[in-house]
Design a protein around this ligand. Structure first.
Ligand SMILES: Cc1cc2nc3c(=O)[nH]c(=O)nc-3n(C[C@H](O)[C@H](O)[C@H](O)COP(=O)(O)OP(=O)(O)OC[C@H]3O[C@@H](n4cnc5c(N)ncnc54)[C@H](O)[C@@H]3O)c2cc1C
Length: 398
């Protein structure tokens, strides 16, 4: 396809990266972000693995994002503090050219956005998409400030609660609550230092807890709480820090040190329900296509949401570069991505299921089986991490 104008909805992880790829193929792309200004302190942290890092490398040296991180190596423990397995990333650099790390979500967003701005990408804040119209010549986005803009096509990079998805598929299935809440944050703690060089995951007696020490000496942590009933809107945001701490301390009261100390030392705790989206039949309609979480949000249990969104960005840009029209490009993009993405979403669900609260009887069997499960899962990650799309390779229509 030759020069086209694109509107990208959302300036999270995939939006700016897609804009950079589109610029590379001579398309014009403008990003529209709902937030009135960037908020780089929002969110906790996320894992990003070689398959995602290799996409970022197209635009930035990885050292630029490795200013604050925790290691990607994972060690697993049961509630009695018995080691039950590990996922070691020592050979990832050699095998895949990059090594899994955990990064602050805000910091990653900021660095990616900066690279986009340095490359002349226009980003408009305070532009919340409300609806979309399209004709056979153009697509138009309407924002909640009453303005609108038209272009050849629109890409919805607007995350798990995508308004683009709702606009083109008003009858799409609603988000699926996975039965887990997640809490997390950053703290400082005396006497906890990088003894393990890994993110330490504990299948606690009543809830799951993970923590790691960052390169700057802070403790980064998260927990998963099993809660069958989906929380009401605003139910969680109203919780006071003290209430949250006592809830977490009660859940982890019999779990190994320093879990309780980490909770006690927290000054801020993020809490949110964990969702994924039921598989969509189609990711595109006419001149509009969904990408990243908007198309296929996954629960975060195997740390793949951001990496998948980055993989999507390079594949979609190649489809737009190599294929003759939008319809072929969008259809091919979905065909190339769907199977892999759905397999990963299923894996994440499976891992999430191991974090739900077992009774004593179930706990006994869980602890017995977990070492095998962890070993098996670790082996199975190669096909996830080894994914690489070469920018130079052409894509043919499917
Ligand atoms: C708490 C949490 C922990 C996570 N942990 C991990 C992890 O460990 N590993 C991992 O890989 N992934 C993790 N994820 C998922 C990861 O953050 C997402 O998969 C990733 O950010 C997806 O990128 P995206 O570009 O599709 O969407 P996002 O990065 O979510 O970006 C969406 C953007 O769209 C904007 N937007 C939303 N609605 C509108 C609108 N109507 N109009 C305009 N703009 C709009 C949003 O403000 C946002 O900036 C986690 C997610 C959460 C919430």
């Amino acid at each position: 396809m030759t020069h086209q104008k694109a509107l990208i909805i959302g300036c999270g992880i995939s939006g700016p990266v897609l804009a950079l790829f589109l610029k590379k193929i001579g398309f014009e792309a403008i990003i529209y972000e709902a937030k009135s200004a960037h908020r780089d302190d929002a969110g906790a942290f996320l894992g990003i693995s070689p398959n995602g890092l290799n996409v970022l490398k197209e635009f930035m040296p990885l050292d630029d994002i490795l200013t604050e991180f925790t290691p990607g190596k994972m060690t697993f423990y049961n509630a009695k503090n018995k080691s039950i397995g590990e996922i070691d990333n020592a050979n990832q650099q050699e095998l895949y050219g990059a090594e899994t790390v955990q990064l602050k979500r805000g910091l990653l967003n900021q660095k990616i956005r900066q690279v986009a701005i340095e490359n002349g990408i226009q980003i408009e804040f305070g532009k919340k998409l409300t609806y979309i119209t399209q004709t056979d010549k153009a697509a138009t986005v309407f924002f909640d400030d009453g303005t609108s803009v038209s272009a050849d096509f629109i890409i919805g990079c607007d995350g798990i609660h995508s308004a683009t998805r709702n606009a083109i598929f008003p009858n799409a299935p609603a988000l699926a609550y996975t039965g887990l809440l997640s809490t997390g944050g950053f703290t400082k703690l005396e006497n906890v230092n990088d003894l393990y060089g890994s993110i330490r995951m504990t299948f606690g007696e009543r809830a799951f807890f993970a923590y790691a020490v960052s390169n700057t000496g802070d403790v980064w942590w998260f927990n998963n709480i099993s809660q069958e009933k989906e929380p009401e809107r605003n139910e969680l945001s109203g919780l006071e820090l003290a209430q949250l701490k006592s809830k977490l301390l009660a859940l982890h009261q019999n779990d190994p040190a320093p879990i309780a100390d980490i909770i006690k030392s927290a000054h801020k705790i993020e809490i949110y329900p964990v969702y994924d989206i039921p598989f969509l039949k189609k990711w595109h309609k006419g001149r509009v296509c969904l990408l990243g979480d908007a198309a296929h949000a996954t629960a975060p249990h195997i740390g793949q949401g951001a990496s998948l969104a980055l993989e999507d960005a390079i594949v979609l840009a190649k489809c737009l570069r190599d294929l003759p029209d939008l319809s072929t490009a969008f259809t091919t993009f979905q065909s190339l991505r769907q199977e892999r993405v759905q397999k990963i979403v299923r894996e994440a669900r499976k891992v999430g299921d191991t974090k739900t609260a077992p009774n004593k009887f179930q706990q006994f069997f869980r602890d017995l089986l977990l070492p095998f499960f962890v070993k098996f899962e670790a082996k199975k990650m190669d096909w996830v991490y080894s994914y690489k799309t070469s920018w130079g390779e052409r894509i043919d229509a499917i």
